[in-house]
Write a protein that binds this ligand. Structure first.
Ligand code: B12
Length: 380
């Protein structure tokens, strides 16, 4: 700590001050408070990680416990986003050096964490383009290919979107661009990132800079390490609307069995859809813990909205029945290790030479050439 840097207790006081400005919707006041901190020598990363991150989690906790309405949460998140964008806009973007694109995984609309990552990387002197929330993988591929970015920094906040993360990674690789992954859905080590084919993983924002300076990505090798997903993953995708409808029907019956009044239960259509996506993510990375973790988090939110406390296990049972005849490998039996956990890889993978390269779009020879060239650049 430098001599004029505020003590930790002061930092806590400032955090409360910024929180109150954020709750009040006053981005200007929050901005001035943060500028004062920077002026007093507080490092930019501390402002992101020790003030704005926890503050945003606090907002989330209020929403999760039902103290905050959705609109309150949106208003506060809007102030934090504005604040980070203002801060990021005050750094010069260098013309030289590798060009980074920072994006959310396909499907994930939690753009604030990658916005923080972009701001931090700009502050560390990188050339950064922030791409905001979910981008369809095909559009991402074209964009990366046409703009000539050198790396995709990919953020994923929720496990339902790990399948989207896989598609985003595949898209980047098809455009010849390696991927550095991060965010809470990737967990606390590089296992998930590796299984999804990412070339690197960073445990936190502040490690991102060093990881990007020190890595030597090899997308071809990363793709070769990806296990082909079981067939039921494609079935889950095709049958998604049917499974949601069937799951909701089953859930209504289970709620009737425990005598819970239907009118007290919130509409959980979106939650059932997310749960099916999590089952897909669990199939993809062969890890059933994703399902239980997700259900635990979701059940907390739903019970604050009028659902019974057992809503999580009930949704799982409903989905289990819905999946049993349609996609048995995917039935999320959470009491014992589900049988789909160890289903063998079958079909050939495009990057292992099992399929011929397409001549247009993803995997075209031109793009494959760029992939090899980009690997050589980072290895140099
Ligand atoms: C704000 C918010 C939203 C906003 C997002 C606005 C925006 N522009 O980003 C909105 C309202 C859109 C939203 C929507 C939803 N959300 Co939301 N959201 C949040 C909330 C409150 C804050 C997220 C955030 O910004 N946190 C602050 C960041 C800085 O913290 P962080 O994510 O942990 O990131 C840190 C590290 O992980 C790391 N990091 C993050 N990204 C990256 C990337 C890289 C490359 C690296 C290196 C590091 C890194 O650095 C950060 C700083 O330390 C969280 C609650 C919480 N406690 O976080 C819920 C939360 C993430 N949401 C949740 C849910 C359930 C949803 C919805 C499904 C709600 C609904 N029913 O509609 C939807 C899903 C939408 C979708 N399609 O993805 C759940 C997820 C639970 C789960 N199963 O995983 C959470 C945890 C709330 C909860 N307690 O249940 N959400």
């Amino acid at each position: 700590m430098t001599g004029n840097e505020p003590a930790r207790t002061d930092l806590q006081a400032v955090r409360l001050g910024v929180l109150s400005a954020v709750i009040d919707g006053d981005a200007g006041l929050a901005y001035r408070m943060v500028l004062d901190l920077l002026g007093a020598g507080v490092p930019f990363e501390s402002i992101l990680v020790e003030i704005l991150g926890p503050l945003q989690s606090d907002i989330g906790a209020r929403w999760g416990q039902g103290d905050y309405r959705i609109a309150d949460e949106h208003a506060s998140t809007g102030v934090v986003e504005t604040l980070i964008a203002q801060l990021a806009g005050s750094f010069d973007r260098p013309d030289e050096g590798p060009r980074l694109a920072v994006a959310c995984a396909e499907g994930d609309i939690h753009s604030l964490p990658p916005r923080m990552a972009s701001a931090y990387l700009l502050y560390r002197g990188w050339h950064v383009t922030f791409l905001g929330s979910s981008i369809p993988a095909r559009d991402l591929e074209d964009y990366l290919f046409e703009t000539g970015h050198d790396t995709l920094v990919l953020s994923c906040t929720m496990s339902p979107w790990l399948q989207g993360a896989r598609r985003s990674i595949e898209a980047a690789h098809a455009a010849g661009v390696p991927v550095m992954a991060g965010g809470r859905a990737f967990g606390s080590d590089d296992t998930i990132a590796r299984k999804l084919g990412a070339d690197g993983w960073s445990p936190s924002l502040v490690d991102l800079d060093t990881r990007l300076r020190e890595w030597t990505p090899d997308p071809t090798a990363s793709e070769a390490g990806v296990v082909e997903p079981p067939d039921d993953l494609a079935r889950l995708r095709d049958l998604h609307p049917d499974l949601v409808a069937r799951g909701l029907r089953e859930l209504r019956e289970l709620l009737a069995e425990i005598g819970w009044p239907q009118e007290a239960v919130p509409d959980v259509t979106k939650e059932m859809g997310l749960l099916i996506r999590v089952v897909g993510s669990a199939l993809l990375i062969d890890d059933a813990a994703l399902i239980t973790d997700h259900v635990t988090a979701q059940a907390g939110l739903m019970s604050h909205q009028g659902a019974p406390e057992e809503i999580g296990p009930l949704m799982l049972r409903a989905l289990d029945t819905a999946l049993a005849d349609k996609a048995p490998q995917a039935a999320p039996r959470c009491t014992s290790p589900p049988p789909w956990m160890h289903s063998p890889a079958e079909s050939a993978h495009p990057y292992r030479g099992g399929r011929s390269p397409r001549t247009t779009g993803s995997g075209s020879p031109v793009r494959t050439e760029r992939l090899q060239a980009s690997t050589a650049t980072w290895a140099a």
